[in-house]
Each structure stands twice: as C-alpha cells, then as structure tokens.
Design a protein around this ligand. Structure first.
Ligand code: BGP
Length: 516
C-alpha cells in the first residue's frame, strides 16, 4: 500500500477538467468515437431563447480545443499559480479499437502532462469519466461485465505502462452514481437508457469491479517500475450531503446508505450496504453480486477519495411532500423508491438560494460532508475534486476595448465554499486540496456552452477560440498566492486594478504566449 501520509505534501490548489468536455479534435490523431461524440452529434440543439436554463446540447467536435491549445492553457494555469491539475483522459484516444494502442493518442497525453509538470503543477489523471468507447458500447458497454473486465484491464494496463511515470495521483472513475443514474435511469446522458434498473445496478457494480482491476494493474505497474511506489489510486465520487425535512433518523440512515456508503464501501471495504441487495431483490432484477467479485473487491481496495461537491440535497418522506407553492422544482422520487428529493423555495422561513439551473447553494455542507466522509474513512486523504458555479456570463467591453467578464456571483460562490475548506484545514480534517470546476469555459453535459464554469472565458464565436481571464481568475490567483488566507471582496479596488492590468491585451498576450 502506498505511503498515504499526505502530511508531507503541500495543500493543493487546483482546477479540474475532462477530455470530452474540453479537448475537441474528436476525430484527430487516430481517435475513434465515444458515446458522447455519438450523442452530441445527434443532439445538437441550440435553443433560440437565450438565457433560458433549459437543456442545450451542442457539438463537442471542437469544444475549447485543448488538444491543440494545451500549451497556451498550461501557461495560463501556470500564471494562475495552481499546483494541481485534475484531468480525465479519453479512453478512445488511447484505445481506438478493442486491442489496439494508438501511439499518437499516448503521445498527446505524454506531451500535455509533461507540459503541466514542467510548470511545477502536479497532475491527477482520471481514467474514466462517462465516455464509453463506441466500439465497447456496441459490445454491450459498461453493463456488459465480460467485455468491461477484459477491455478496461487492457486500457488501464496500457495507461499505467505508458503514462505511469508522469503521475503520482490517479483516480479510476468520475461520479459513478451520476453516470449510472443519468445514463441508465434518467436517459439524460448517453447511452440514454430509460429506467433500465438492471443496467443501472450492473453499471454501479461493474464500475466497482473496474476499480479493483485498476488496483491490481496499478500494483503490477508499480512492481514493474512503471509507477512510483508512493503513487495513490482512488475514486472521484459525487455525494450530495442530505438535508432531511423531518427529524427521521431511519430516513437519514437510508439516505446515507444510498448516497455515501453505496459509493464508497465497495471500493474501500469490499462490501455493499444491504439497501442495494434489497433493491435488486425487490425489483426482481436478474443480477446477483457474486461472492467471487466481493472477494476480488476486498482484495483490491483504493487509497484516497476525490469528492466533487457542488450542492447538498433536501429530501423528505414520500408521504410528506412539500406544499405545491413551496416547490421551486417538482419533487423527484429517488431511484430507490424510498424517499423524495425536493427543492423548497423556503425552509425554516428562510429563502433558499439556488443557481440559475436550480442547484442548491449551501456552502456549509462542504464541511458537513467532509466530516461525514471522514467519520467512516478516518485515515483516507480527501480532495475536493470539483466545486464551481455554472452561470450565464456577460461580457463587458472596457473603454480601451478590452473584453472583460466580471463574474461576481461565481466569486461569491467560490469564496463561500473556500471559507469552508479553510475551516476544514483549521480543524485538521483529511482535506488535501481544493479544485475549481473549471479552468476554462467548456461543454456542459447538462446545458451545453451557455452554462459557463470557467475561470477563463473562451470565445466560442471566435474561430481561434481566444481565451480571456475573468475576474474570478484574478480572484482565485490571490487565493492561491496566499494559501487561502486572502478571500477578497468582489468590490476590492486592488482586485479590479489587478484585473485591468492582467486583462490588458498586451499583458494577457505575454501570459498566453508559449514560452519554451
Ligand atoms: C460534474 C461533472 C463535470 C461537470 C460538472 C458540472 O458532475 O463531473 O463533468 O460537468 O459536474 O456539471 P454541468 O456541466 O452538467 O452543470
């Protein structure tokens, strides 16, 4: 087991991003399609009504073209001062067909991660972020246990062998719940199954088996010298800490079983909360978690946790729904069928804050969630892998013609969450770092390109996809420079002065020019 004494690492201030959302160059360099290429080609719809938060899907053929612009982006991130960069790589860029290694794809990642490391930024590589290769999807995709076991093993063994020397911090997959739920129950994400509970439970289980396979290959790669002994392998999970509308301990435990234990226990303890087995039996699903898999999971536990925190989630008993006039969004029956997810306008007589896409804003639950995870995993390092605010950004043109985005709401969102990070550090919790989602404006799975998360603006109207700093870029630079001690107010004069200076075209051009 790696030496997980993270005490000897600096606190990590980073950004996170994901290949299919940022890379573009979808058919360049011998790459083949993933389910996200297929889906976004068939569902390119850009609704006329701007500023309507309904779902927009648009092409990822080019996106922010990180594939060709990574050198510029590395300079921008270096200037920002980050020391951690979380990147989910693209399976099909490396394995374009079942058992063929695409050297051009490997070479791209070697160059891109070496450029990151050359700027003293530590990379974190995520192996799978929802983008099943089309060639694997045609064999049954992630629900197909036999195919997944064989092909995922070949993929991760290839990555560890070819890229292992470039990275000490690895994550197997992103947001297993979001993928299983939105892609196999809701049908919102590709491969767009609807209410396929059998595929849903198989995907959740197979993602756990994939993690154990990655562990086995990771340890082999360490023995063979491809990966450093100190390297860590973990999971990047999505967990919305629950807010129970009623004082009901039984329901609290059920929520925790489905939202925390189901996502971490199999990966770290090789066990499943009984609610999952009961669910399979109640739904009479033709699936059984076999003992051989359980033994395999127990034998190959992970080392660390990256937790993507955006929002907590209100929930209530099925027979105690919100009154209609207090519903910001209609309530949703949880996939377990045991409780309701709700979005109240008011709670305890207080107006509840939401983003424009109705994502609940309650920063204090970053600390609550951290403590809840640590209660069950007391010695496991925890990174805040993603935290960010999707918004419609407006561009202002200063009198010298500089285009600027003063994203005050995003700064206030980040500030309120980083305040909780600083509390966690002061209480000596196992938090090892914090990453903003995301570095620059990219494709959003839930809303295309209008829902912007970037610290850096990408002008998608401009064929050069020019990058511009937002006010939040300068704000976060101050946070990093002060190791989280400087959380400037949005109307801080020194902040706007810095911003005007950095955003000045001649200054910004110097920052983004690729220096050897
Ligand atoms: C996380 C995903 C990211 C990113 C983020 C924002 O769940 O890991 O890929 O998309 O959410 O989500 P969205 O862009 O749908 O608002």
């Amino acid at each position: 087991m790696a030496d997980i004494s993270f005490k000897n690492w600096p606190f990590f201030w980073g950004v996170a991003t994901n290949a299919f959302q940022i890379e573009g160059a979808r058919l360049k360099g011998n790459r083949t399609e993933s389910i996200w290429d297929d889906f976004t080609k068939k569902n390119v719809s850009v609704p006329d009504a701007l500023n309507s938060p309904e779902r927009e899907v648009a092409s990822i053929a080019e996106s922010a073209d990180y594939y060709n612009k990574y050198k510029t982006d590395v300079n921008i991130m270096h200037h920002l001062g980050i020391n951690l960069f979380v990147y989910a790589i693209d399976w099909t860029r490396i394995i374009p067909t079942g058992n063929f290694v695409n050297n051009e794809g490997v070479r791209f990642y070697e160059k891109a991660f070496r450029a990151i490391k050359n700027k003293a930024i530590t990379p974190v590589i995520i192996l799978f972020h929802w983008d099943t290769p089309m060639w694997l999807e045609k064999l049954g995709g992630i629900p197909s246990t036999k195919e997944v076991k064989k092909h995922f093993r070949f993929y991760v063994a290839t990555v560890f062998k070819r890229l292992g020397k470039l990275c000490d911090f690895w994550l197997v997959s992103s947001e297993n719940w979001a993928f299983a739920y939105y892609a196999y129950i809701e049908g919102l994400f590709p491969p767009n199954y609807k209410n396929d509970y059998l595929a849903f439970v198989k995907v959740l289980h197979n993602l756990n088996v994939m993690a154990a396979i990655a562990r086995e290959e990771f340890d082999k790669a360490k023995d063979e010298g491809y990966i450093k002994a100190r390297a860590w392998l973990g999971t990047n999970f999505d967990f919305c800490p629950g807010i129970n509308l009623h004082n009901n301990k039984k329901l609290d435990n059920l929520y925790r079983d489905w939202n925390l234990h189901l996502l971490l226990e199999p990966l770290f303890k090789g066990t499943y909360p009984k609610v999952f087995i009961e669910f399979i039996n109640e739904k009479k699903l033709y699936f059984k978690v076999n003992l051989r898999d359980i033994h395999y999971l127990k034998k190959h536990p992970l080392d660390w946790i990256s937790w993507n925190f955006y929002r907590p989630q209100y929930f209530t008993e099925i027979n105690k729904p919100l009154v209609l006039e207090n519903e910001k969004n209609p309530s949703v029956l949880h996939s377990s069928g045991k409780y309701l997810l709700v979005w109240p306008k008011k709670f305890n007589d207080e107006k509840v804050a939401y983003t424009k896409w109705s994502w609940l804003i309650k920063p204090e639950y970053l600390l609550t969630g951290l403590k809840e995870i640590q209660k069950y995993y007391p010695d496991t390092p925890i990174l805040i892998g993603e935290n960010g605010c999707g918004d419609f950004d407006t561009v202002e043109v200063l009198n010298d013609g500089t285009q600027v985005v003063c994203d005050y709401d995003r700064i206030n969102f980040l500030k309120s969450h980083i305040q909780q990070v600083m509390k966690g550090r002061a209480e000596k919790l196992n938090i090892v770092g914090y990453c903003v989602w995301t570095y620059c404006d990219i494709f959003s799975p839930s809303a295309g390109y209008r829902k912007r998360y970037g610290l850096v603006r990408v002008d998608f109207e401009d064929k050069k996809l020019h990058r511009y700093p937002k006010l939040s870029y300068v704000w976060y630079k101050n946070v990093i420079d002060s190791d989280g001690k400087t959380l400037k107010e949005i109307n801080d004069k020194s902040l706007t002065e810095q911003f005007k200076l950095i955003a000045k075209p001649e200054n910004w051009d110097r920052i983004i020019k690729y220096m050897k």
